[in-house]
Ligand binder design. Sequence first.
Ligand code: NAD
Length: 379
Amino acid sequence: MVAIGVPAESQDEPRIGLTPETVKKLVKAGASVTLRSGAGLRSHFSDDDYKAAGATIAASDQDAVADADIVLTVRRPSADLAGKMKKGASVIGMLDPFSDAEGLDALAKSGVALFAMELMPRISRAQSMDVLSSQSNLAGYKAVVDAAATFERALPMMMTAAGTVPAARVFVMGVGVAGLQAIATARRLGAIVSATDVRPATKEQVASLGAKFIAVEDEEFKQAQTAAGYAKPMSAEYQKKQAELVANHIKNQDLVITTALIPGRPAPKLISREMVASMKPGAVIMDLAAERGGNCELTVPGQIVDVGGVRIVGKLNLAGEVPVNASSLYAKNLLTFLELMIDKKEKALKINWDDEIIKGTLVAKDGAIVHPSLAPKAA
Ligand code: NAD
């Protein structure tokens, strides 16, 4: 029997990595599931819902994880809680592997195996385990809905007897999963949408959603996508050309949604102080890259700032503001990942440490950081 434990998340994290639906499937696969009482409440899953699905409810986080072979979390658990887990237990969550290296090291030293879902390889077999996709998609949607609610004008063009309301202009910077959903959402709301990215593959995707593509399409642009599907950091020369293009475009925009990221690095700065100053009062910038420092020079992570009438929103957990959907999708991602680790016939834990997906996500094992992109390089 594989024992799965789920502690409660911290006050600022409304999501949870387990739903009554995934409990049922895990129990069927031969697992026992223990959940900290109230842990699903902010996603509207009650203890009774979990119990009905076959889970046991624990009174404390420690009770939820003490006997677990696998602990499911949304965010990094504390080293203190990891210390209460069985030696050799595995923690699976969005462990934010590229920040707070010391904290990660302390967690590794507790002896638990750490799996960071953000490091999921982008191969087709792992698509249903891709938490960046499932969460960014919702964040892209929520960014537009929030920006529209903050904006003091309407988005669609309206022709009325009293005059015409012009359509708002929305500019999406970074057309990955979040950006594509932002474009689609803004289009549904009737805005005139444009978008930019450095990866050539995005050009067609933007056009297919009915938005206008704007980018510096030089030789460097043609090579900007890595084999893993992510963007490369761009040269200073490219950044200069890109800044000129953006400066000309952004001054006429009403809502700007920025989502540009490069894995393992601070977010590229795409909107300067001068660009913000050129924008119309009432314009809104939603900076989804705030957690990585922001795509706008003036973003304050976690805050909304007003600079000359332009509001810059640096919310840190937009997916967490749609917790019911975000938890459901995240729990499904975890379930598919777990199914790789459980031998259904023997109803036992069987981790194939050589599997590309296991190797790709494994951050720490037996007290040490082991992921090649995180482990200290040999001298
Ligand atoms: P991301 O969150 O890492 O970055 C968001 C976007 O920002 C990307 O499109 C990136 O190109 C862009 N960007 C980076 N630097 C920029 C700059 N200087 N200026 C403008 N834009 C910049 O990306 P993501 O959302 O994780 O998606 C990356 C790609 O991976 C997408 O094509 C997506 O469809 C693909 N993907 C594949 C799989 C799979 O095969 N399993 C799963 C999910 C996503």
